[in-house]
Ligand binder design. Structure first.
Ligand code: FE2
Length: 549
């Protein structure tokens, strides 16, 4: 564990801190042995529970960290098989006056209700086929729903995000759930298909400072298309407007994507060669395949970068194809305009094998060490797209002139610009976040991420993208979750603030970790004795001042 300044702690806190260090050093080996338990999910909701704070949470950290993720993996004797499959739960860490309160509730989706009523798994998910499927819907209908108007799962288990003072949970179907920000009750289900011509939407929406929501989805009927839509500022989701559609390169193989990026003036999304194989889906019933087995990665195909004007919805430089060699990404980190170029940062893998490597059987006792040791990890990669490319643009010359950036973009034919990345951090970087409210879509320096560096080092990392340097927090037996930056309202610099991360543990109390944004050292933690925190996926922090405005 990285040292914390004891000067800032009171006498009792110093004693507690020393005791905790001692307990940790003694408990390291046991913690690692039991790490597999973190992948068994949780079983219960948790009423509001006060945390025990050591250190000092700055008084301006005042609001709620909301998080979402697959949580309930076992129902009766049945177990979901893939890391992405569990029934969703929203977790809230309310921070106020230096204290923290934890609450958790399951999202009351139809999928959850049906599973609980049957006391077994009756709803198939991404990596699991229900042995006793919902009698109202066979497996064929469930898979085929990705390409038709029939009904997919409504287990909104990936992301939770704000629409002004409201809260929504999302996954990769056309369903959302509205969650009460105070009680975490599920208060409504939204079907985006009632308002837009889409078959699915991604979970990772973007939100602007004025409340505008931006998102992207798929429309499958006929030739598959990618559809960008937005909820205008001050509007409701039912007022969603389509901004642009882009046809898939392949008629029977639309590209899969999990996130996209926005800049001040553009949307940036990629068509990557991890594709949804329509033929495999259509024959899934016969073959007994899971949806996770209906994705193909084509290593010899290119990634194509699409740039769309936010105002007009027009494809920018439509006559030019921005491409790179194949890679796979779940998460865009950020993008921004820099002179005549667009910079796009992503967590990239050389291929999509990581999806096959996160079945829960591989995280069981006796197997988890090897799995964590060999798990493919993403690199923090920067691409740059030159916007001014014309017939007169010279070929075979790097068109990127950004100081300190080693990404290249070379016009290789009259209609092709080939891009290569600048690898900024290569020790594993996932679940990336930034100072979102102030720097999303804008030139920025810092990203915070999660990094499995070995079976023993599971870390949070702060990367300075300008200097390509990093800081790290890790502790034996601790499994941090996605780091969320909370800006100091009186701090002028990008990293003036704290980073919050809920830390799952086995042989000690789980806790909400508070790191100093600049030094990346621990300033406080709020322990929750007797609680098991879910190892969830994504969330955001809502300052209290915005909670009811
Ligand atoms: Fe994600």
């Amino acid at each position: 564990m990285k040292p914390v300044s004891l000067i800032r702690l009171g006498k009792l806190e110093r004693l507690l801190f020393a005791a905790r260090l001692s307990q940790r050093s003694l408990g390291t080996s046991a913690s690692l042995e039991n790490m597999h338990r973190l992948y068994e999910g949780i079983k219960d909701e948790v009423p509001a529970t006060n945390g025990v704070v050591t250190g000092r949470i700055p008084p301006w950290v005042n609001g709620a960290l909301y998080r979402n993720g697959p949580a309930l993996f076992q129902i009766g004797v049945d177990k979901y098989e893939h890391l992405f499959d569990g029934m969703a739960a929203v977790q809230k860490y309310e921070v106020k006056n230096g204290s923290a309160v934890f609450t958790r509730k399951f999202i009351n989706s139809k999928s959850y209700q049906k599973n609980m009523a049957a006391n077994r798994i009756v709803v198939s998910e991404f990596g699991t086929i229900a042995k006793y499927p919902d009698p109202c819907k066979n497996i064929f209908q469930r898979f085929f729903s990705y390409f038709t108007r029939s009904d997919p799962t409504d287990n909104t288990s990936i992301m939770v995000w704000p629409l002004r003072d409201r809260l929504f949970a999302s996954t990769e179907t056309h369903y959302l759930h509205e969650i009460d920000p105070d009680s975490l009750d599920t208060i409504d289900k939204v079907d985006l298909k009632q308002h837009l011509t889409i078959n699915s939407a991604i979970a990772h929406v973007h939100w602007d400072r004025d409340g505008t929501i931006h998102n992207i989805g798929h429309y499958y009927e006929g030739h598959p298309s990618y559809c960008i839509f937005r909820v205008p500022a001050g509007s409701d989701i039912k007022d969603s407007k389509m901004v642009a559609t882009v046809k898939s390169r392949w008629k029977m193989n639309p590209g899969y994507y999990h996130s996209f990026a926005v800049t001040e003036n553009y949307y940036v999304f990629i068509e990557q060669p991890l594709v949804i194989n329509v033929l495999k889906i259509l024959t899934a019933k016969l073959r007994g395949s899971k949806l996770s087995e209906c994705l193909d990665f084509w290593p010899d195909e290119k990634v194509i970068f699409h740039v769309i004007d936010k105002v007009t919805g027009e494809h920018v430089n439509k006559s030019v194809v921005y491409q790179s060699d194949a890679f796979f990404t779940f998460h865009h980190i950020n993008a921004y305009e820099d002179g005549d170029s667009i910079v796009v940062d992503m967590c990239t893998y050389t291929d999509a094998k990581v999806i096959e490597k996160v079945y829960l059987k591989d995280f069981s006792e006796g197997k988890i060490d090897e799995t964590l040791r060999n798990l493919p990890m993403a690199m923090l990669s920067r691409y740059a797209l030159p916007l001014k490319v014309t017939e007169q643009t010279p070929s075979n010359k790097n068109l990127i002139e950004i100081s300190g950036c080693d990404a290249t973009a070379v016009k290789t034919t009259d209609t092709t610009v080939h891009c290569t990345p600048d690898t900024i951090y290569d020790k594993g970087f996932e679940l990336p976040t930034v100072n979102y409210d102030l720097y999303n879509g804008r030139k920025y320096k810092y990203s915070y991420g999660f990094s499995i560096q070995s079976e023993k080092v599971i870390a949070l990392v702060k990367v300075n993208l300008a200097t390509k340097t990093s800081l790290q927090w890790d502790a034996p037996g601790c499994f941090p979750t996605e780091p969320i930056f909370v800006a100091d309202p009186n701090g002028p610099e990008e990293d003036d603030g704290v980073v919050l991360s809920a830390v799952c543990t086995i042989d000690q109390d789980p806790f909400l970790l508070v790191l100093d944004g600049k030094t990346f050292k621990e300033v406080a933690r709020a322990r929750f004795p007797g609680v098991q925190i879910n190892r969830d996926l994504h969330g955001f922090f809502r300052p209290a001042v915005q909670c009811r405005t």
